[in-house]
Design a binder for this molecule. Structure first.
Ligand code: SF4
Length: 450
């Protein structure tokens, strides 16, 4: 890429959304260009990308288990509640068919997997029998001996001691428990299926299994939250001594139950803390975890200093542009420079997978400029950037390329920079997702994200 041709000049004051109130709309940035620009015309390009020889980048595997006991009121994922065992088996049959189709693609054939991620939804919702069956099908089709990380999301109320044993047995190395909070009133009000009793019931079993890394998720600013209830949750999380803790600030994505309620003109029972308050609570939590022996690993994650591993390979590989096969309804992946997403229709997904075709429904063929911006904005979430990484990989001097943005953000106290490193301040890290659109190309700014 020619750096001069693609240099971007923007007026940050006119591009950055910095509303104090928590409005309906996605703030969290997980990809670039925004999903709203992915389209059906580029599906052909995704299929062509699968037909090309394998690239040298690491290959990961994402598997979407879209089942949950209840739909949380803030959730925006594709999930189903109330599916029975035979419906789950028919979904897993579709996944197995999709594995076989993927394994035959020239871009995938014989390529070892570096990481596996079971996300959802709730992967721990499925039975031991289903889990064992599914992982066997995965191993039938892919070389998993090279996998360095096998991550698996759990909901406390779906776990038993025997299920945890099976999860460990199939090779899971990083277990992530969706705790979100310890206050039963807040959990129930926000539509969570589990209670604090379930968290404490499963925790000793989890500890006993000796996973390489156990993460717990917390959400700052759930509806009904106060400073004291939040800090009580933080203390309880510290008492559990997880290897890693991930903290999100509650947002109101378009398709969440809460957002629908607001759009229906019924927001009076819905008090969501403003962004400034959520950042303050998040920052207080970071201070407590730092004092308790944790280090900041990204804008959202803290890891225990003496834990077995500090790495989160899935995150780091994605933020460095690795390829990822995405299996399951509505899941997102990337291959040979093309983003793609599977059909979000249960029937269409299963029908296509069983017909031996890839169930890709929309895609986006990225340009070199877009791949460069994508990696840069995602890596900003680590709290620092190394300009040499981008000059080596993309031939772009990010300091001069985005000179106006760095100067503006430095003036606002969001970061500092030197020729060797760009470092976000605590304030910048706490609102990193709101800063990222500053680096978008003009046509993507002020657009809907999803
Ligand atoms: S458990 Fe997770 S995926 Fe399921 S509804 Fe709640 S937030 Fe969504």
């Amino acid at each position: 890429m020619n750096d001069d041709q693609s240099r971007v000049h923007v007026d940050p004051a006119t591009t950055r959304k910095d509303s104090v109130k928590t409005e309906v709309g996605s703030v969290f940035v997980s990809n670039y260009p925004p999903y709203s620009f992915w389209n059906s015309q580029d599906v052909e390009k995704a299929l062509e990308a699968f037909g090309q020889p394998a690239s040298q980048s690491p290959l990961g595997f994402y598997l979407h288990i879209p089942f949950c006991r209840k739909r949380c009121k803030f959730c925006y994922f594709k999930v189903y509640t109330g599916k029975n065992s035979s419906e789950i088996q028919s979904y897993l049959d579709g996944l197995a068919a999709e594995f076989e189709t993927y394994a035959r693609q020239p871009a995938v054939l014989g390529r070892p997997l570096k990481f596996i991620y079971f996300g959802g939804g709730t992967p721990s919702f499925i039975s031991v029998k289903h889990l064992q069956w599914l992982t066997e099908r995965l191993k039938d089709n892919f070389d998993t001996r090279t996998v360095s990380e096998f991550a698996f999301e759990c909901e406390p109320g779906t776990l038993t001691a025997s299920k945890l044993e099976a999860i460990r047995e199939v090779g899971v190395s990083r277990l992530s428990l969706g705790v979100e909070h310890f206050d039963d009133r807040i959990l129930a009000d926000n539509g969570r299926a589990h209670t604090s009793t379930e968290i404490y019931r499963v925790w000793p079993w989890i500890k006993e299994m000796d996973f390489e890394q156990v993460n717990i998720d917390l959400i700052a600013g759930m509806v009904g939250e106060s400073e004291s209830s939040w800090m009580a949750a933080v203390e309880k999380a510290i008492e559990l001594e997880p290897d890693s803790v991930t903290i999100y600030q509650l947002e109101l994505p378009y398709n969440a139950i809460y957002s629908q309620s607001i759009r229906d003109g019924n927001p009076e029972h819905l008090v969501v803390a403003d962004w400034e308050t959520k950042r303050r609570w998040h920052s207080m939590a970071i201070d407590r975890f730092l004092a308790a022996g944790y280090d900041i690993s990204s804008a959202y994650t803290l890891v225990r200093r003496n834990g077995k591993t500090q790495q989160f390979l899935y995150r780091d590989a994605l933020w460095r542009g690795s390829d990822m096969l995405a299996t399951g309804v509505a899941s997102f992946g990337h291959i040979n420079g093309v983003h793609f997403q599977n059909s979000s229709s249960w029937a269409e997904y299963l029908e296509t997978a069983h017909a031996g075709a890839l169930p890709v429904k929309r895609a986006y063929a990225t340009t070199p400029q877009e791949r460069f911006v994508r990696e840069m904005i995602l890596q900003m979430k680590l709290g620092y950037l190394s300009p040499s990484y981008f000059s080596d990989k993309f031939g772009v001097d990010i300091l001069s390329h985005f000179a106006g943005q760095w100067a503006h953000l430095k003036g606002e106290g969001m970061l500092d920079f030197s020729p060797e490193k760009i470092t976000l301040s605590r304030s910048g890290l706490l609102q990193v997702d709101q800063l990222l659109p500053l680096f978008y190309e003009e046509k993507y700014r002020n657009s809907r994200y999803t």
